[in-house]
Ligand binder design. Structure first.
Ligand SMILES: [Zn+2]
Length: 401
């Protein structure tokens, strides 16, 4: 891998003490846009990944990211709400937040609300008034208690005076995270009882698992609990708690608008804690990729059919970073909107799981272990029993054997 020339300045703490540690050239800039043909999938716009690590605050970001390449529009399909496992998590999270922060009869703002499932849940379950902000909201409102605004939330909406601001799976898409958090702080004003809550993917787990399929262009910013709390402090928030959930795939933080000088939390680990994992990442990934390629080539040579379960972001990153072609026959995905579309970059077809019955595979590679029980139940229903069922995240050693 040749080193890309990228700026060392950390977007969060503005230190220039950063080191480049992982790069992938020419990956699709969008992972979850619905692509309607194989040709369009192969010709999709591409950009480079060049991750840097800030040795001062512990932040990891794609310094080769070019925001001008991004366009989020109505073809953007990021909804995870077709999986029962994710829905259960989402409902539990809403319940927890309502109980913990006494969200009853309050004003709630969700930033980057997508189609508004979560803010609607918070409003309904707690008897709250909700505002959902998202440029890609399709305009269909459900509950009279929730107002959708097709705009970015910021200081122009200070008059809403929210008691609770939540922002899930958004900060990782933002390159200038420092400016974004400062804008949130300004929008909330000096209302010390208000709470801000964020949830995003967690980087320590990605580094430890050498999960190269969790590094993709749309995600330009990556946080550990420590780095996230530090960036909130820099923006003038006082973190109340920072923790992990959803099989430790996500890091969550709750904070209040304050001075940024409250006492350090127990799991706010220093940047040095992440440094050895950062240094080991690129080498570990290269070794894993060699094993994956060998495993796929062997089955291809024996004319065995391998199918990937998952047509979302992880699948796109796995297939494009590995450079997989015919070794994988097709992918399946639970989201009916993805069925009949194609994987950006490689052009693999995305089918509904029912397609497995007509075209049964010899091996299925599952992207995420959290869905395994769900997937096994579906395969049972379909009467599909592949000789091999691999979970990509937990079985790299099996591939080595
Ligand atoms: Zn930094």
């Amino acid at each position: 891998m040749s080193e890309m020339q990228t700026s060392p300045i950390c977007p969060g703490c503005e230190s220039s003490a950063s080191t480049p540690f992982y790069s992938v050239p020419a990956v699709p800039v969008h992972q979850v846009k619905l692509v309607q043909s194989r040709q369009a999938a192969l010709a999709c716009p591409k950009g480079d990944i060049g991750l840097r690590f800030c040795t001062r605050c512990g932040f990891v970001w794609n310094a080769a990211f070019d925001a001008a390449l991004m366009s989020y529009d109505e073809h953007y399909e990021s909804s995870q709400t077709v999986s029962p496992t994710f829905n259960r998590f989402h409902e539990r999270l809403a319940c927890d937040l309502i109980a913990r922060f006494d969200l009853h009869g309050r004003t709630i703002v969700e930033v980057g609300c997508g189609q508004g499932e979560f803010v609607t849940m918070l409003a309904a379950q707690g008897g709250n008034r909700g505002f959902g902000f998202d440029k890609v909201h399709r305009g269909a409102g459900g509950s009279p208690a929730v107002t959708f605004v097709k705009d970015f939330y910021g200081p122009a909406y200070q008059h809403l005076e929210p008691d609770f601001v939540c922002c899930k799976m958004t900060l990782e898409h933002i390159h200038d995270t420092g400016a974004f958090l400062r804008s949130m702080r300004l929008a909330m004003g000096d209302r010390p009882d208000a709470v801000i809550f964020f949830m995003i993917p967690e980087i320590t787990r990605i580094l430890e698992l050498r999960a190269f399929w969790d590094v993709y262009y749309e995600h330009c910013s990556y946080y550990s609990p420590g780095a996230l709390a530090r960036h909130f402090r820099i923006a003038g928030f006082d973190p109340i708690d920072v923790w992990c959930d959803y099989d430790d795939q996500y890091v969550l933080i709750a904070a209040r608008p304050g001075s940024g000088h409250s006492r350090t939390l127990a799991n706010e680990q220093p940047a040095e804690a992440l440094a050895p994992k950062v240094r080991a990442f690129a080498g570990g990934v290269a070794a894993d990729q060699t094993r994956w390629k060998r495993w796929l080539e062997e089955r291809h040579r024996r004319r065995q059919k391998v199918v990937l379960w998952g047509g979302g972001t992880k699948a796109v990153a796995f297939l494009t970073t590995l450079g997989v072609g015919d070794e994988i026959a097709y992918t399946v995905d639970l989201n009916p909107k993805r069925s009949g579309t194609f994987i950006a970059g490689t052009g693999h077809a995305i089918k509904a799981p029912a397609a497995l019955a007509a075209d049964p595979p010899d091996a299925i590679v599952v992207m995420s272990p959290i869905y395994l029980a769900e997937i096994k139940a579906q395969l049972d229903d379909l009467g599909v029993y592949p000789a091999e069922l691999l979970i990509i995240e937990t079985q790299p050693d099996l591939v080595a054997a």
